[in-house]
Design a protein around this ligand. Structure first.
Ligand code: MG
Ligand code: MG
Length: 258
């Protein structure tokens, strides 16, 4: 399937979906503390999404039972929200999606629960920074591989395991459109980026090795070595406005201190 180019009206609809996703993250950020459970967070997200007149794009997708993905500590992505209370020092990646007027928004953030170890705090800071490095390459004329190459170089320089096999994607009328956006690559390869492409960019870094495994629930992806992992994601639009910077369609409503 070719990469779809969105017009201004379609990007406005994606901005609206992204606004709902951002609102969910603001509420979750305020709620995350020791003792709360991923199922509690799922309820908060559900209420915000439906309260805003949107729908969740995760719930029921291939039978997924949550409105968010909640991936704690060594879990990387696609964790099913469960009833285990979060503990001081944990981290939790929350992946949030919403649909407004048929268009999708998608953003994941990894939050510290209480006070985390310094190396874990660095992992969060660095994975968020890698996301911004990748986004900065999403400009007209660059090849798609420039995004993954930037993410990979940033992570490798800091000694992280770079998750392969899972990554970003085109997004729009579907949650997952072409192209797949790996977190590694060659800046000379891939399609040339154009104004109106809308992409979800989502680095995943492990404190240990890069290997992954899928859990017995057939959903949860964890690190093979049990090391902790972080995941940050924004939905962006490639623009030709001003300095050429991409527009982040799922902007943070509140700063996060890792
Ligand atoms: Mg996501
Ligand atoms: Mg995504």
């Amino acid at each position: 399937m070719p990469i779809t180019i969105k017009n201004d009206r379609e990007i406005a609809a994606m901005r609206a979906a992204g606004d709902v996703v951002s609102l969910v993250h603001e509420r979750l950020q305020a709620a995350i503390e020791p003792g709360i459970t991923p199922l509690d967070l799922d309820s908060i997200a559900r209420d915000v999404i439906y309260g805003a007149g949107a729908t969740s794009n995760f719930f029921g997708h291939h039978g997924f039972p949550g409105h968010i993905c909640a991936s704690v500590n060594e879990r990387i992505v696609h964790g099913i929200p469960d009833g285990r209370p979060l503990q001081d020092g944990d981290i939790i990646s929350v992946d949030v999606g919403a649909i407004v007027d048929g268009f999708h928004g998608d953003s994941a953030w990894t939050y510290a629960v209480g006070t985390v170890e310094p190396a874990v705090s660095r992992l969060l800071v660095d994975t968020e920074a890698a996301l911004m490095e990748g986004i900065a390459r999403a400009v007209p004329g660059n090849r798609l591989g420039a995004i993954g190459a930037a993410v990979e170089a940033f992570g490798l320089a800091r000694g992280y395991g770079i998750v392969k096999g899972y990554g970003g994607h085109g997004i729009g009328r579907s949650m997952w459109e072409d192209p797949h956006i790996p977190n590694h690559g060659d800046p000379r390869k891939g399609p040339v980026l154009r104004k109106g492409m809308t992409l979800a960019i989502e680095p995943m870094f492990n404190l240990g090795a890069a290997g992954t495994l899928v859990g017995g629930d057939q959903w949860t992806v964890s690190t093979a070595d049990g090391s902790w992992s972080a995941h940050f994601e924004h939905t962006i639009a490639v623009t030709d406005a001003g300095d050429g910077s991409p527009e982040i369609l799922t902007p943070r409503r509140a700063a996060v201190i890792h």
